[in-house]
Structures are given as C-alpha cells and as structure tokens.
Design a protein around this ligand. Structure first.
Ligand code: IFM
Length: 458
C-alpha cells in the first residue's frame, strides 16, 4: 500500500483510531445517564437526517470488549475516546459523579491497557448535559465551572492509568454550528452567543490544564482544533483577504489566544463591522481570562478532513480574477462533498509548527465518509477510503520530513457511528456497523491500515 518508508515515522509515533461517546456508546438511559443536548436535538423532528437518534448507536457501552479486540487486531497503539458528560453528571450540577458512569470508563481503560493500547481521553466531545444548556449552556460562564467538576472527577478516577488528556474537541464546531448556525445541538442561531460560547470553551480548556496536571502524574494534555489550510480561489487581493479572514475566524480566533496572543485584531474588526462585537471589551471577557486560556500545553490536536477555498464576496464576481483553484471533480470529494486534498494537511501542520510552535502536534482525527456496505460475501470493498488513508498518511510523512514534531495519527473512526446531524447516513468507520444488529465487519481499509501500521511502526 505504501511507498512511504518506515523511517518516515519516528519511534514511539502513536498509531491510533478515534471515536466519541455520544457517537458510539448508546445505552442512553442506562445506569443513571442523563439527557444530553444531542439526545434532545435528535429527538426534535427535522434536526437529524432520517430522524436518526443516538440512543443505541454502536452499543459500544456493552460491546466495548469486542471493539477493543478489533483494535488489538488492527494493531493500534492508542485509542482516543471521549467521556460522556451526562453519564458522569446526569444534570451537570451534581457535587459528585455517578459511580456507575466512572465504572464504565474504568472497565474500558483496563481492557485497553490489557490489550496493550494506550487510552487517550477527551473530556468534552459535544454531549453537554441538557440541564446545563437549560441554564445557559456554553454562552454562560457557569458552564466553565461545571466542566471543571467533570475534569476533576474524571482525572481523579482515571488519572492513575490515563496519561493523555484532551480537554475540548473542536470548539469552533460547538460554538458556531451549535449556537450560531443552529445545525448542531442545541440548535440556536445567535452569533453573539456563539462568540461567548467559544470564549468559555477556551476558558474551560485553559482552566482544566493545571487541574489535569495536578491529578495525573506525567500528564500529556492539550486541546483539539478543527482546521484546514484555507487557500484563496484566485491570485486576486480580494480572495487573499477572504482567505486570511476565513482562516482568522476558523483557526486564529482559537489558536492565537491559546498561544498567548489574544484574539486577532483583524477578526475583531470584522466582527465589530458586522455588529457582533461592541466597540470596547466584549461582555464575556474578564481580567485574567486570556492568561488562563494561554496556559501552556503539551500537545495540540488537529482534526483535518478537507481543503478550504475562499472566494471573496466583497467584490462582484465579474470584477474578481478567474478562479485558479477549480471546483473539485466529484471523484475528489467524499460522500459528504468534502474535498479530498492531502497536501493541505502537510501545509496545515507546517504552518501550525511555524506560527505557534506547539511542543507536539498530533493528528487527532482524519477520515472520510463513504457509504460502501458488505457485498454478497460480506466483504466491504471501500477502496476510496483506502486511497484517502494512504494519501493522508503520506502527507503526514511529508510534514515529518520537513521538521514538524508530529507524534501521532488517529483515524476517524474505528466504527461507523452517529454522525451528528447526518445521523447514521455518513459512514466514517474502518469497521462497518449494521445498526440493526450491531454486527461489526472490518472493511478493506481496516486491513490496509493494519498493514500500514505493521510496516511503519518503529
Ligand atoms: O464525527 C465528527 C467528529 O465527532 C468530530 N470531527 C469531525 C468528525 C466527522 O464529521
């Protein structure tokens, strides 16, 4: 499968797969678990494709031993999973976590360790307890304190065995798709609330970092950002400005404060122009917040899926230069229409290394939605995912060759799962899941990744 030599990846490089609690666990009403914003959102007609609900999902809550065995067969070093917030704190407001919820993660972690797989835990991968949302959700500062109780409880119980902790997954998505665009839970369309949510997600991250370190000997802690390399559609000045601003909203708004630079001036100016920020300090920014957000971390997680191309809407189309970045042909898009562009991953990693110099970079997610199912023999021939995987692993190797301190790659996802507003229709797994029976079938890409890992592990 590969022309990339084993020496391209350093010894100790973490080969992994990723999932998140809401997307795979199911067992929505078991052992005292509370309702999350995604349970409520999915139960609301018209919000999730096909009316799909995550109530059972992949039933990972019960089938995790089988899933750990699959990971062992795949040969991964690491499994990135998330903790279900409402499984630990059903309302988010309890003083103590639910023992049954912690017991589940205990069993999962022990099974992983017994299989020689390193657990990487994400504290918040979008399943906010609904009562916390009813009290204001991420736009409310009180949610930060509730998150710190989650971080404290999780690291206290698991910190003797879990060293790798990721605080928040993709704050841009939580804030802007959930509170701005309304296409994710909780489904609000208030861009000012989205900005407050983004700030509180960053603050929650920054304040959790010392707390994790205090409880976890030798902790490796960081945050996960979704990012892409935004290219201008043409060489025009207007498209260059659009690309710069697009990158500002998507990446710099998060990475700049995380690395001690505060919120970027050009994005603040754009938000003021659009009436979304006041002339003075934003109402959600308090003294000391930016210092907390900039607490140094051990690693930066990057989720990369597709290329971003910016075309200015500030000049009439007729006055702009012709596009030099053509629209992608269908065979360079996944089933969700996301453009496949592996060089963008190399460029993104190089750029993060150059501009922010994180101690370590990890690709915490990368993958593609393709719908292939079992053929008459039960085999799942997902050759498009095999190609996607190979091309992106080669892009990682290229970044390493150019000096990026990249220390891991986690494929999204181990299993087909509940893909948020797309429901079960978008399949990202290396393993096919029959959502009627729960049956797992490793796809061709599973075997391709297994061979790649065996060939490249040092
Ligand atoms: O499924 C999601 C995941 O939960 C967060 N990152 C992107 C994936 C694919 O959309």
């Amino acid at each position: 499968m590969s022309l990339t030599p084993p020496s391209a990846f350093p010894p100790g490089f973490a080969w992994g797969v990723a999932t998140s609690a809401l997307q795979v666990e199911g067992a929505a009403a078991e052992d005292g678990r509370g309702e999350s914003t995604w349970d409520r959102f999915a139960a609301t007609p018209g919000r999730v494709k096909g009316g799909d609900r995550p109530t059972v999902a992949c039933d990972h809550y019960h089938r995790f031993p089988e899933d750990v065995a699959l990971m062992a067969a795949l040969g991964v070093d690491a499994y990135r999973f998330s903790l279900s917030w409402p499984r630990l704190f059903p309302t988010g407001g309890e003083a103590r976590p639910l023992v049954a919820g912690l017991d589940f993660y205990d069993r999962l972690v022990d099974a992983l360790l017994a299989a020689g797989i390193t657990p990487w835990a994400t504290l918040h991968h979008w399943d906010l307890p609904q009562p916390l949302q009813d009290a204001g959700g991420w736009p409310a500062r009180s949610t930060v304190d509730a998150f710190l109780r989650l971080a404290e409880a999780a690291t206290r119980r698991l910190g003797d065995r879990v060293r790798h902790w990721l605080t928040v997954n993709e704050p841009w998505v939580v804030a802007h798709l959930g509170y701005g665009a309304g296409v994710h839970a909780p489904g609000l369309t208030d861009p000012r609330a989205a900005l407050a949510a983004a700030h509180h997600l960053l603050l929650a991250h920054g304040r959790a970092v010392p707390l994790v370190r205090a409880q976890v000997p030798g902790a490796r802690v960081g945050i996960v950002l979704n990012a892409t390399d935004v290219e201008p559609a043409s060489p025009s000045a207007a498209d260059a400005a659009a690309a710069r601003l697009g990158d500002g909203h998507l990446l710099r708004w998060f990475a700049d404060p995380l690395y001690g630079r505060g919120y970027p001036d050009d994005v603040c100016a754009d938000l003021r122009e659009r009436g979304l920020l006041p002339a003075g300090a934003p109402p959600w920014l308090r003294p000391g917040d930016l210092d907390d957000i900039a607490t140094p971390t051990d690693l930066l997680g990057v989720n990369y899926y597709m290329r971003g191309v910016a075309r200015s809407d500030r000049v009439p189309e007729a006055d702009n230069l012709p596009r030099t970045v053509p629209l992608p042909p269908p065979d360079r898009c996944t089933d969700l229409g996301w453009e496949i562009h592996p060089p963008g991953l190399t460029r993104l990693l190089l750029r993060l290394h150059r501009d922010y110099a994180p101690r370590s970079l990890v690709v915490t997610e990368n993958g593609a939605a393709y719908g292939e199912g079992p053929d008459g023999t039960g085999r799942v021939r997902d050759s498009r995912r095999v190609a996607y995987l190979r091309e992106h692993l080669a892009a990682c190797a290229e970044a390493l060759a150019q000096g990026v301190p990249l220390h891991g790659y986690f494929h999204w996802s181990l299993l087909d799962n509940f893909e948020w507003a797309e429901g079960f229709s978008a399949r990202f797994g290396l393993v096919h899941v029959d959502f009627e029976t729960g049956q797992r079938r490793p796809k061709d890409s599973f075997h391709a990744y297994r061979r790649w890992i065996a060939a490249h592990r040092r």
